[in-house]
Design a protein. Sequence first.
Length: 806
Amino acid sequence: MSELLQAVLDSEEKSDLRSFLSELRQQEKKYLLRNDILNVYSEYCSKSQRPEEFYTSSELGKLIYCTQEIIQEDSNFCFIIRSKIASQEVYWLTSDLSIEPMTVQDLLDLRDRLVNKYHPNEGDLLELDFGPFYDYTPIIRDPKNIGKGVQFLNRYLSSKIFQDSKQLLDSLLNFLRLHHYNGVQLLLNDRIQSQQQLSEQVKKAISFVNTRPEDEPYEQFRFQLQSMGFEPGWGNTAGRVRETLNILDELIDSADPQTLEAFISRVPMIFRIVLVSAHGWFGQEGVLGRPDTGGQVVYVLDQAKSLEKQLQEDVLLAGLEKLNVEPKVIILTRLIPNSDGTLCNQRLEKVHGTENAWILRVPLREFNPNMTQNWISRFEFWPYLESFAIDSERELRAEFHGTPDLIVGNYTDGNLIAFLLARRLKVTQCNVAHALEKSKYLFSNLYWQELEEKYHFSLQFTADLIAMNAANFVVSSTYQEIVGTPDSVGQYESYKCFTMPELYHVTNGIELFSPKFNVVPPGVNENNYFPYTRTKDRVESDRQRLAETLFTLEDPAQIFGKLDDPNKRPLFSMARLDHIKNLTGLAECYGQSKELQEHCNLILVAGKLRVEESGDNEERDEIIKLYQIIEQYNLHGKIRWLGVRLTKTDSGEIYRVIADHQGIFVQPALFEAFGLTILESMVSGLPTFATQFGGPLEIIQDKVNGFLINPTNLDETATKIVEFITKCEQNPNYWNEISERGIDRVYSTYTWKIHTSKLLSLARIYGFWNFTSKENREDLLRYLEALFYLIYKPRAQQLLEQHKHR
Ligand code: UDP
Ligand code: LCN
């Protein structure tokens, strides 16, 4: 029995619970989410004239705080209680306050009944349960350690080496023998055949390198090492080789997690990486701000650059330079023949500023050229993934003259392709979600049938389940992306248990305590985005041109609005014009606050200015809404709306120009998975106000290096900004303080250097883990394949039939 429920029943508040339930019965909604529950409770408290402490400190208050959902059926209720992160309990409360625990199956049946999709006479629905596949893997216990998978795995593996050294060291020996580059054997040769020999030879080699000068190049003693059983890859100098051998020696002798990580991180096993970002417009110019093309493209491009650099450094340190080892990174995306002035119709494009990082674009097969020649919304992309993966495999093999060492998927489509490719190529698979749509759209699973025509969630959620379970490891940008916060469910957590009425029930969709989850936040491109105070790196003519564009230029084709007083403090935002980004909410907040209007102009860089120029439903709706708000609150003279597509350099300079004017950046999204614009604005030195829903909650420390806002509470948001401005007017240094702390926050925590060294270290450790436990995964992968062929593929085929007639 839930302790929280029991505490209410054991207290004098039992009658309050009864009255609260009766209040719930009056509600029109039968399915209440946390916000609704809090509203009903707050109404109940004020109606029954309870003292203020009752609201939070009573037993009932504590129960309500942890209740995520309440579902009413007849006059009874189901309470879903989440008293701890990543775990939920479900209870059935009858009107006479008897309480029964409910099983997950009961809960899913109840949800189906609620939408009239429960058919007990037709037999059971398919039930997906991934739980048994995780039984053999080590599991994290404490929820606060979720997302620190690799630390956990290192501890686990090193304790296994310690307890059962024979088996794991045998695996390690076999693992070290695996590696080669273009046919050249690395690390160990046939002279070392057993664990015993490895241990002896390592000691011998250490004594040998001890006699050499620290910085003697590896090439000069290569053959002596070879005769002892060691091939290239241990280091570029005697000093480095000694260090690596010493770490291995220590590992064999007394394994501990740090030594294991230090050693595996040095194993030269990753030279070729594929980053899959399949949908949308993937390019280096002229693609941002379009529907479906935002942060993911920025993330993948910057990651590719940084990975290449890190791989080059690793190759150098490992002493592989003379072997002509050339690390290569390929971004795999779709080729779009009608490319609207972008380079998305070009098969191969070099990533700017790199030696060997490329965008490889593979065309979709021509099922219907009306579709496949053009951009296809991410919600419609599903039928093309399998054939795209098959065609891409061929192209990748040709480009790499072999196979890659790591495949990283991005977003649902890229992750499914990564699964298909990794399976065929037998390579480590990593997933990056960017945004899981399931938690973005309320009730998206319960009402999937109604939403199917527009969103095809049945395909998307099935693909998510397959890819996230198949991945060797998952990189998330924040902790809450995995398991949320004490009062909100995480994005991955939302896949734990849900119903897709009449399609399937998911009773255990993902193991949140699995060490596969790792929080590795992205960075920001430091060449484009840097503090406004670094004047020597800024181009004066760009600054002037962009200041004119932002505040005064008259160009109705691209800019809406003329400012009465361009010198007022700019309140700035930049985002794609989709519903969740909520730029219209910011405009409304500004429209409702006379004080904000007095102090600031509102400047938005957002998508397009005209409905007829957009091919996306949500974008069109938002354009119409923004014009309505401008009229409704008569914002003429106070607002500028730039429908421009900025180059990368301009998008960096634009934040700095706003900072020159002591402006503010606001990110008002209803939900933001991570939010790269927040890093960009902070590193530019702009005091940043960002949504408290999602990733920004972890980026910004409220009132220390930025501010968190609740974008659904317009009044509160406006007050928070006005308070800041007033404080700046009283103390002109306040703006600088917040600005500097924002800059420090990014440099200390969100750089691509930190990201990629961690990512590569993960890839190596999970590669090793995969090698030692490979046979255990095959059953899971077979189950996932069955889901792919039996559920995903037929549905994708149906959608393809529809596409053929468009
Ligand atoms: N961006 C841009 N022009 C626009 C809108 C966005 O250059 O008109 C860039 C912005 O600078 C950022 C990215 O697109 O680098 C958006 O990433 P974010 O993570 O904030 O949101 P997403 O669009 O991925 O949801
Ligand atoms: C997608 C989003 O919606 C953003 O929140 C992220 O910052 C972006 O991808 C990069 O991961």
